[in-house]
Design a protein around this ligand. Structure first.
Ligand code: DX5
Ligand code: ZN
Length: 220
C-alpha cells in the first residue's frame, strides 16, 4: 500500500506567525498545506481569503491545497489561482455548476477537488471521478476546527475507495475533520490517501515536526 500523505491545516496555526507556521509544515515533511476558506454563508464561520493564500505561497514550496467552503465557488476560482493555489476543492453542495467549476480549475492547470458533507450521498462521485484529482470526505460538519470525528465517515471512505478503484485510481481521497493520532490509523486503513489535520498538528502538545512524526508512526 503506498504511503498516505499528511496535509496540516493552517486554520489551527498562530496567524500572528503565519509564514513560520507554513514553513514549519514543510520542514516537518508534510506533503500539502491545507487552507480552509469560509465565507459565513455556506458555513457559519468566516476565515481566510486569497491574500492569505498568497502569503502562504511566499512562505513555502509545499503544494497549497485550498478548500473552498464558500457559496458560488466559481466566482472566486481565478482569484485563488492568481494567489498561488495548486489544488482547489469545491463543495458538491455549494454550486449547481460542478462540471463548469471543475473544468475551470483543471483548465487553469491546477488539481481539482470535490468535497462532500457528512450526509451528502456519494453517488455524485460516479459522475465526477473521471474529472477530478481529489475527492474530499468531510468527517465533521464543515465550519470549524477542533471538532470530533464522525465515526460513520470510515465506511464512507471505504465505499469511495471502491468507486475510485473502478473509475479513477489516480484520484486521491482526502479526509478532513477530527483526524487525530488516535484515529489516523483506522482512517488510512479505511482508504484515505491524504489526511488533513489542524488541531492535532498545530497545538501546544508538541512542535509541528513532532506531531507530524507521531502521525507518520501511526500511518501504517
Ligand atoms: C473544517 C475544515 C478543516 C479543519 C480541520 O471545516 O475544513 O480542514 O481545519 O480541523 P481539525 O483537524 O482540528 O478538525
Ligand atoms: Zn478543510
Amino acid at each position: 500500500m503506498p504511503t498516505s500523505k499528511i496535509a496540516p491545516s493552517i486554520l489551527a496555526s498562530d496567524f500572528a506567525r503565519l509564514g513560520d507556521e507554513a514553513r514549519a509544515a514543510e520542514e516537518a515533511g508534510a506533503d500539502y498545506l491545507h487552507i480552509d476558506v469560509m465565507d459565513g454563508h455556506f458555513v457559519p464561520n468566516i476565515t481566510l481569503g486569497p491574500s492569505i493564500v498568497e502569503a502562504c505561497r511566499r512562505s513555502t514550496n509545499l503544494p497549497l491545497d485550498v478548500h473552498l467552503m464558500i457559496a458560488f465557488p466559481e466566482r472566486y476560482l481565478a482569484d485563488f489561482k492568481t494567489a498561488g493555489a495548486d489544488h482547489i476543492t469545491i463543495h458538491a453542495e455549494a454550486t449547481q455548476h460542478h462540471h463548469r467549476a471543475l473544468q475551470t480549475i483543471k483548465s487553469g492547470g491546477l488539481k481539482a477537488g470535490l468535497a462532500v458533507n457528512p450526509l451528502t450521498p456519494l453517488h455524485i462521485f460516479e459522475e465526477a471521478l473521471p474529472l477530478i484529482d481529489l475527492a474530499l470526505i468531510m468527517s465533521v460538519n464543515p465550519g470549524f476546527g477542533g471538532q470530533t470525528f464522525i465515526e460513520g465517515s470510515l465506511d464512507r471512505i471505504t465505499r469511495l475507495k471502491h468507486l475510485c478503484s473502478r473509475l479513477n485510481p489516480d484520484c486521491e481521497i482526502e479526509v478532513d475533520g477530527g483526524v487525530s493520532i488516535s484515529n489516523v490509523q483506522s482512517i488510512v486503513r479505511a482508504g484515505a490517501d491524504v489526511v488533513i489535520a489542524g488541531s492535532a498538528i498545530y497545538n501546544g502538545n508538541g512542535s509541528v515536526s513532532e506531531n507530524v512524526k507521531r502521525f507518520r508512526e501511526q500511518m501504517v
